[in-house]
Design a protein around this ligand. Structure first.
Ligand SMILES: *[C@@H]1O[C@H](CO)[C@@H](O)[C@H](O)[C@H]1NC(C)=O
Ligand SMILES: *[C@@H]1O[C@H](CO)[C@@H](O)[C@H](O)[C@H]1NC(C)=O
Length: 459
């Protein structure tokens, strides 16, 4: 829990910079990580001195930072020459700088760690872009998740005080620090406000989507009523709102059972299926399909509701609709994943009570019979004409999964056998090439095996 607090603080620093860069600058413009200092008049003075410092090297005037190849602490308000590598030491809350290493090849923002000390360094210049900060944020989240349990106590003890100092340090710099939850609350209230523009609302959803990947954040959104607002927005009159609402919902649902339960109880699945069934721009359908997938995965109750609500017919129509070709693979993959999910659960060797209960839940989800009834035997192989290996791989996988029920349809399909033979020749060549390069069970060999399997079963 304490470590969570630490991570939160790491995030805050970046979050502030992000907000700062978005509100004060255009997204493209670079923002110095140290510009927070410039907000006070005193620092504007310092900035001026920094410019003149080269002509006027008087040690009495200002304490000049003399950079070396080693990291050195930049004292409060100390001017530094441009072009140095600057990093924020999150343990001490101090900024440090050194001469840039030439020829290190890579540039950009990096998360660094030396023993228990860690922070961010920009190896590019003294400035960070919003994108770089976003990337750093992700790295830090990963870093937080991989901490070992034994290290925790020690880590917490070591970091607690410095973090407190860091907070004070930032307070002194007039930086408002917010927790993720506070940011989420603000975004929700911005979105819920009647006095903001459409662009602002879309921007609020856009930012919200970023936060709800975190399980705790999505649950906070749910418990504060924000998720309900997002679900309500699925049938807003503005397409951009609908699209972004579906995106937020999909990300919040992803791998988050608590949110899945709340969302289905709030009627999200019906609304999403309506978006998929009615005339909507492809951008909306794409995000709605993403949200439906997130809702259904590993949630047999939702899968059962999906069948009851006619979800399979909706997907069938979407699959065949003009202009929606780009969504076909996603539709097929969703169905494949659901069929496989049940199959894997049923085949697992597990006698625990939990597993028995899981099996019981999946027993009532019968996706394959209606799929056969609704012509999926004929629909899936149509995608095999794709020129992309990745697409073909998914189609072959799905065909293989359905083959025992679809054998007669496959056999009767015009041109399917000859297409399979063509693919076989193509993959024989590619697999041979792979083997010459020393790869025995490579990607193309796998595809070749799939094709051969199907041909054999049809024979
Ligand atoms: C949204 O605004 C309405 C009306 O002002 C308010 O009653 C409601 O509590 C707000 N919802 C959230 C989640 O902030
Ligand atoms: C959205 O649907 C709900 C019922 O599901 C309805 O009460 C609301 O008025 C609809 N909103 C719009 C903008 O159509």
């Amino acid at each position: 829990m304490k470590l969570g607090c630490l991570n939160l603080t790491l995030l805050l620093i970046s979050v502030h910079c992000l907000n700062y860069s978005w509100s004060e600058n255009s997204q493209q413009q670079k923002v110095s990580a140290l510009t927070v200092l410039e907000q006070t008049e005193e620092n504007i003075e310092k900035k001026k001195e920094e410019v003149t410092v080269e002509d006027d090297l008087d040690p009495e005037d200002i304490e000049v930072f003399y950079p070396t190849n080693e990291w050195q602490i930049i004292k409060q308000g100390q001017a530094i020459p441009a072009g140095l590598h600057v990093r924020l030491n999150l343990e001490t809350g101090k900024n440090e700088a050194k001469l840039p290493d030439d020829g290190d090849g890579k540039s950009g923002l990096k998360y660094w760690k030396q023993g228990s000390r860690h922070g961010m360094v920009n190896t590019d210049s003294e400035s960070f872009t919003a994108e770089e900060l976003k990337r750093a944020l992700k790295l830090m989240k990963q870093e937080g998740n991989t901490e070992t349990e034994e290290g925790h106590q020690e880590q917490v003890r070591k970091t607690f005080r410095p973090i407190k100092e860091l907070m004070e340090n930032f307070k002194a710099m007039n930086v408002v620090m917010e927790t993720d939850m506070e940011v989420i609350d603000k975004l929700v209230s911005k979105f819920n406000s009647t006095s903001v523009t459409l662009e602002d609302k879309v921007a609020a959803l856009h930012d919200l989507e970023y936060y709800v990947h975190q399980v705790d954040n999505a649950q906070h959104l749910t418990s504060t009523g924000g998720l309900q607002l997002v679900i309500n927005a699925l049938n807003a009159t503005e397409p951009h709102i609908q699209e972004h609402a579906a995106f937020v919902l999909g990300s919040a649902l992803s791998g988050n059972p608590k949110v899945q339960i709340e969302a289905i109880e709030a009627g999200a699945l019906q609304k999403l299926l309506i978006l998929l069934a009615t005339d909507q721009p492809v951008a909306i359908k794409k995000k709605a399909l993403f949200a439906v997938s997130s809702m259904l995965r590993h949630f047999p109750f939702a899968q059962q509701q999906f069948l009851k609500l006619g979800g399979l017919q909706v997907l069938g129509q979407l699959f065949q609709a003009k202009g929606m070709e780009s969504l076909r693979i996603r539709v097929m993959t969703l169905l494949y994943d659901m069929v496989m999910e049940k199959k894997l659960i049923q085949e697992a060797q597990d006698n625990t009570v939990q597993h028995q209960e899981k099996c019981r839940q999946y027993d009532v989800v019968n996706l394959l019979p209606p799929m056969l009834e609704q012509d999926w035997c004929m629909l899936v192989p149509k995608l095999l004409t794709s020129t992309e290996h990745d697409t073909r791989e998914k189609v072959l996988r799905t065909m293989n999964l359905m083959i025992s029920s679809c054998r007669n349809e496959y056999r009767a399909m015009q041109g399917l056998i000859s297409l399979l033979n063509t693919l076989r020749s193509e993959y024989e060549e590619l697999a041979a090439e792979e083997q010459r390069e020393g790869e025995q069970d490579g990607y193309f060999q796998g595809l070749l095996n799939s094709v051969n399997d199907i041909i054999k079963k049809l024979g």
